[in-house]
Write a protein that binds this ligand. Structure first.
Ligand code: SF4
Length: 150
């Protein structure tokens, strides 16, 4: 199985207080009007990578104890996203975080059962703010003691 990946890099800002390896998925069908990342709207903006190649990059990262999936829209490549999460979960050593333009309620249980934080909802420029997340309609779900808090 292959995904279209725009880049893989270290992130110090996407997960507060954590050093994360960031996986930028290429392609987004959500198409928020105020998107700052339009260069990633087309899946062709990325490079084809196998699930194993993506997982290898994550495992080899020397510092990160967290993985953050963003883009683009990671859930547009749901099979790849779930497969990567399953393999990292089997390794058992890293927290998995998702940024998505979709709402929490439409995400499959198979996916969310492996995550510890989800930043949900489309970016709406009229609700933009200086803080985090970038627009005030976006919700942050954090798993605490087995249940989700928002
Ligand atoms: S979901 Fe993210 S990448 Fe997609 S249009 Fe909205 S802000 Fe841009």
């Amino acid at each position: 199985m292959q995904g279209s990946i725009a880049r893989i890099c270290t992130s110090f800002i996407d997960v507060p207080g954590k050093i994360a390896v960031a996986i930028y998925f290429a392609g987004c069908s959500v198409r928020c009007s105020g998107c700052q990342n339009k260069a990633l709207w087309e899946a062709s903006s990325g490079t084809k990578m196998t699930v194993d190649d993506i997982v290898e990059k994550i495992i080899q990262h020397p510092l990160a104890d967290t993985v953050v999936f963003l883009g683009g829209e990671p859930t547009d490549q749901m099979d790849v996203l779930i497969a990567v999460c399953e393999k990292i979960t089997q390794e058992g050593s890293k927290e998995l975080i998702l940024y998505t333009g979709r709402e929490f309620e439409v995400l499959p249980e198979t996916l969310i059962s492996m995550l510890t934080m989800i930043v949900c909802g489309p970016y709406r420029s009229e609700l933009g703010r200086q803080g985090w997340p970038a627009s005030s309609n976006q919700r942050v779900f954090i798993r605490k003691e087995g249940s989700w808090q928002c």
